[in-house]
Design a protein around this ligand. Sequence first.
Ligand SMILES: [Zn+2]
Length: 489
Amino acid sequence: MCWMRGCFDDYHTTTGRSVTMGEKGSVATAGVGTVVLNVIVHAKTRKIKLETVLHVPTVGFNLMSVGMMEERGAKVSFKGGKTIIKISDKVAACGTRRSGLYHLDMAPLSDIAAVASLQLWHERLGHVNVAGVKRMIKNNDIDGLKCSFMAVKDVCEPCVYGKAAVTPMPSAGGGRVTKRLQLVHWDLGGPMSEPSRGGALHFGTFTDDFSRWTDVVFLQKKSDLLSEYKKWLIKAQLQTGTKIKILRSDNGGEYVSNAFKALHDENGTTHQTTVPDTPQQNGVAELLNRGLVEMARTMMRHKNVDQDLWADAIKTAVYIKNRVTSRALPVGKTPFELWTGNKPNVSHMRVFGSTCWVVLHKSHIDGKFGDTAAKGVFLGSPDGSKAYKVILDDGKVVKARSVVFAETNETEVAEVAEELPGDEVVEVETGLRSASDGEDVDADHDDKDDKQDDGSDKSADDNQCMAALKTRCVGAAERGDHLSSTGAR
Ligand SMILES: [Zn+2]
């Protein structure tokens, strides 16, 4: 019995069938098919094929029945906390006992999970144009962009509606600056048609002309811009070790208050405003904001995401835009690289709005056969971190590190996570999580959302992630095929 559709080959749906699961009572099955497992036998990875496996999407774990194995000619023995499954007197798989259940010894899927099709990368990267993704793969411009096959759909429907792919990145007009923060473009977007969950109606972007690195802030009202600008200024100047020289915006009233003037004077910043009705003067910021809105709209349409989650979509669009190459920049360079000096790694990125399951910590699991995962919608990576922000079906927002995704279709492919840079501790996990893994789900509600969620938690998140994050494949591999000695299935 397996809960993840993505683990199946050769799949047939079933209707009206169910299995009985101890305390959980009767649970509906969605289908039946073949599952191939990568198991470890004598320190080597081996594939075993299981037939007539039931697909039970709601249980959150996988089980193999000892009784069924015996029926089909396998010999199963248990000794000293270990189990050995033999077929025709050859060892086919082994398991280890933990928390009263035997867990199959599985190979990590890290290499497999990182590989995706060109179409999937096009979707993960906010439907940026396919030629650009191909170029980045070919030239190795960014890390973690592993592509298994160069297939794309003839027509990508969200692109057709959202126009994301045809919006050119704004190219630099006139002479280019040579350093970060020499010139920053500044623009407000909105008001949006409805407030975000965090109550924002506007968003503001700060885009460094040299690197095209963009930061975004979300505002309930335009007058919040001053306080958001102050926070951004401190952060940007600290990150670059340099002061902002020129800030360019249109001459909207929100940019030209006395308080702003005083702040610019104090900081030695020249504020340039563009002449009304000549938007090309501030074209970088305006085109950028339009592009962000289009990308956000495309991603939201693709996964039918609720409208009040637009701020997360915009934020994800900025996150993506900072990590892809553009014609406005030197060949092969991304804003991320020009801003930080390092190539971005995109291996953790998943399609915005995808259905996903957050793997719950043991303390959240109700009894031995309680659900070990909570379903939700993927809302992007919180600032600077490689954790995943997820809004669960009950409306709670969590940041999680062990998440299983169904990216390509609501019920089709479940796959995940792989190694991340700096992640040295690779543990193969099977089954229920151990108590020491307690940090997987940050219980802190993210209700503060937009406004405060501006990167202030960056360093803490980064550190935690680098040390502890191995977002695991919780597919057949690591989720663990609980090998129940009681014959339950
Ligand atoms: Zn597309």
